[in-house]
Design a protein around this ligand. Structure first.
Ligand code: SAH
Ligand code: SF4
Length: 388
């Protein structure tokens, strides 16, 4: 039996090549792409402007399949969270955050994560596997058309778009699942798919320096960097990847990225941890880091830590967060404090998939993580050291 090609896995060029293999002209790929990504079609028979012979061919060889929805919860504040199945007992989360003038979708790129930051529950699960293109873009496809269905909005390019912004801030480190992530990004930007501008798509990374450079060449969307510490000693303990790519190298990469970025600043995310990284001296160190002799144009986004039991960490008190923000702002740095959304459905940063985590499988996941790190050889040698 031949396996069906999932058309959600194909970027625009691959879809043209696929149509070529079926003996079809390139414009058919464009039509197909619009049916898939603008009308949310998964049934080839609905694609009425395609010849019946082509539809019949597609039915026997292809499929349009997004990850299946396991659960769907809406918070009192309108935040909606889906848990989607990515096979072998793994699930990832996709979160929709409605705001007055925009709708932001937070998507996942890996099941688990190998970076293992101290304050992150995804990291604590260990690495499980990379998501495919279809599983990454499938989250946007599923969410956009689910939201429209709920509201009774017609699909198609003229239908009111529900998702205006995408942030890769769900589970996983996008730059350690590079190719599928970039392919999915290209589909988000493509006019025959979602047509989002580069400014409205943000990739968040813990700081995989060589991949930041690669992204600047391949698909420079807005960049958020998870900083969380003002010096190497502190960051080594919070974001283990810092031992491989210390702050000086990370800041250099940010400066290089800015030459290609759609915005003229980098967003630094900073998780506020009580008594760990939230002192006045840390704020002053941050100012020196980004405004010193070689400045990095940036904004700060302070994220109140979302606690989970095993972390042994607590959230900074609100007055402390405000005082910290004030020091940065007094130095002229635009600083925001992230509102916590979807608390009642565990949809906040770092809480994703908390409730589905099967603790009996943590050992198995940790083993897979070590294998993954071994596969990446020297790049991950140091992470193995500290996570063991
Ligand atoms: N791996 C990427 C993207 C996913 S994490 C990265 O680390 O940037 C998205 C953001 O949520 C990151 O800034 C991350 O540090 C933050 N985060 C993780 N766990 C958190 C927690 N428990 N509370 C608050 N923010 C958290
Ligand atoms: Fe991975 Fe990001 Fe969590 Fe760190 S914060 S463990 S990089 S998902």
């Amino acid at each position: 039996m031949t396996t069906l090609t999932n058309l959600l896995d194909l970027d625009p060029a691959q879809l043209v090549a696929y149509c070529g293999e079926l003996g079809e002209k390139p414009f058919r790929a464009k039509q197909l792409q619009r049916w898939i990504h603008q009308f949310g079609a998964s049934d080839f028979d609905a694609m009425t402007d395609l010849a019946k012979s082509l539809r019949d061919k597609l039915k026997t060889r292809a499929t349009i399949t997004a990850p299946a929805i396991i659960s769907d919860h809406t918070s009192a504040d309108g935040t909606r969270k889906w848990l989607v199945d990515v096979g072998n007992g793994n699930a990832v989360e996709t979160v929709y955050i409605p705001e007055e003038n925009r709708g932001t979708l937070c998507i996942s790129t890996q099941a688990g994560c190998a970076v293992n930051c101290r304050f992150c529950s995804t990291g604590k699960q260990g690495f499980n596997r990379n998501l495919s293109v279809g599983e990454i873009i499938g989250q946007l496809w599923m969410a956009e058309f689910e939201l429209r269905r709920t509201k009774g909005i017609a699909p198609g390019p003229k239908g009111e778009r529900q998702i205006t912004n995408v942030v890769m801030m769900g589970m996983g480190e996008p730059l350690l699942n590079y190719e599928p992530t970039v392919t999915a990004l290209k589909l988000m930007l493509d006019d025959n798919a979602y047509g989002l501008s580069r400014r409205r798509v943000t990739l968040s990374t813990s700081g995989v320096v060589p991949m930041i450079d690669k992204l600047s060449q391949d698909c420079p969307v807005a960049l958020a960097v998870s900083l969380h510490a003002s010096n190497d000693a502190l960051r080594d303990g919070l974001v283990p990847l810092n031992r491989k790519y210390p702050l000086r190298e990370l800041m250099d990469a940010c400066r290089r990225y800015l030459a290609f970025a759609p915005r003229d600043f980098i967003t630094f995310e900073y998780c506020m941890l009580d008594g760990v990284n939230d002192g006045d001296q840390h704020a002053r160190e941050l100012i020196a880091l980004v405004q010193g002799s070689n400045p990095v144009p940036c904004k700060f986004n302070l994220i109140p830590f979302n606690p989970f039991p095993e972390s042994g960490l607590t959230r900074s008190q609100n007055p402390r967060i405000k005082a910290f923000a004030q020091i940065l702002m007094d130095a002229g740095i635009v600083t925001t404090i992230r509102k916590t959304r979807g608390d009642d459905i565990d949809a906040a940063c770092g809480q994703l998939a908390g409730e589905v985590k099967d603790r009996t499988r943590v050992q198995e996941r940790m083993k897979k993580m070590t294998e993954y790190q071994e596969k990446f050889g020297k790049d991950f040698g140091r992470i193995v050291e500290i996570s063991s």
